[in-house]
Design a protein around this ligand. Structure first.
Ligand SMILES: Nc1ncnc2c1ncn2[C@@H]1O[C@@H]2COP(=O)(O)O[C@H]2[C@H]1O
Ligand SMILES: [Fe+2]
Length: 275
């Protein structure tokens, strides 16, 4: 039996989803990525979310949760998430080490489930686009078949589809070489399912909200370093870390908002040439 998280919404007609992505945490909380302490920026993001006092039904974490493959980094991620009442679900990014990710998060009470029924009208599906050891993404035959089967089972539900890698160019050539390589295969599956109108990614460390063959494709700022839009070569941005809210409505429509920290505390070292 396929494992499934069933979210009942206690009379609410909309589903409120919080996306956190690309936390790039380390085993040691003092470690930095390109001059940014990723634990501190993650903590600052969580504090800002708490201060906003917005209700949340589900937290989705879209990969690159750890930078160093360590179990401790995933434990730190879970320590932050424990502050939410809502359940959290996750998918892997290119930097993640799934054996440690799976067990450290599971031990901390974060389920590895990849399908959520959210109320009566929506489902959230999480894909694994990781190709271990390289930055680009690809969906295996298994992933594509899993997706097709899940969508075939639930023709009446609207689907929010999550994956780490962006399926179409973001406009940064250096990053676009690390995109989802077989986006055409995903497109061919989705063509048969008109109730999949919204896709949500991480990976590109910047906000994106574009049309992909009649679907909405969104990406979200990282909780740590940001990449500057429309750059041919690796370029960091000084804009603040962020996160995304989504509301899934009973009629299949979706509203969303990207939020960022105030201030300039987490500016990266813009002289860095990569990692
Ligand atoms: N200078 C660079 N040129 C190309 N790719 C890079 C560079 N620096 C880092 N990367 C890779 O690009 C990826 C984009 O975001 P990630 O956090 O997945 O991890 C990054 C690295 O794997
Ligand atoms: Fe990534």
């Amino acid at each position: 039996m396929e494992s499934l998280l069933n979210l009942s919404l206690a009379g609410e007609t909309r589903v409120r989803v919080l996306q956190i992505t690309d936390t790039h945490l380390f085993a040691e909380k003092h470690e930095t990525l390109l001059g940014v302490n990723t634990w501190d920026s993650y903590q600052a993001v969580l504090a800002a979310i708490r201060a906003s006092q917005r209700e949340c039904d589900l937290v989705v974490a879209t990969g690159d949760l750890a930078q160093d493959h360590s179990s401790a980094a995933y434990q730190h991620f879970a320590e932050g998430i424990a502050g939410f009442d809502a359940p959290c679900v996750w998918l892997p990014g290119n930097h993640d080490f799934q054996p440690a990710m799976y067990s450290a998060l599971q031990d901390a009470g974060i389920s590895p489930v990849k399908r959520v029924f959210a109320g009566d009208h929506w489902q959230v599906l999480m894909l694994d686009s990781q190709v271990f050891g390289v930055p680009h993404g690809e969906l295996s035959e298994f992933q594509l078949e899993w997706l097709e089967q899940r969508l075939t089972e639930t023709p009446e539900r609207f689907t929010l589809l999550l994956l780490h890698h962006h399926p179409l160019p973001a406009g940064c050539s250096w990053l676009d070489q690390h995109s989802l390589r077989n986006a055409g295969a995903l497109d061919r599956v989705l063509m048969r399912f008109p109730r999949v109108k919204n896709l949500l990614c991480g990976h590109i460390h910047q906000e994106m909200d574009v049309d992909w063959n009649g679907r909405r494709m969104m990406a979200t700022p990282s909780t740590c370093v940001q990449f500057k839009p429309h750059c041919a070569n690796f370029t960091l941005d000084t804009i603040a870390p962020g996160w995304r809210w989504l509301e899934l409505h009973a009629d299949g429509t979706l509203t969303t908002e990207v939020c960022r920290l105030d201030g300039a505390e987490f500016r990266p070292d813009t002289a860095s040439e990569g990692y």
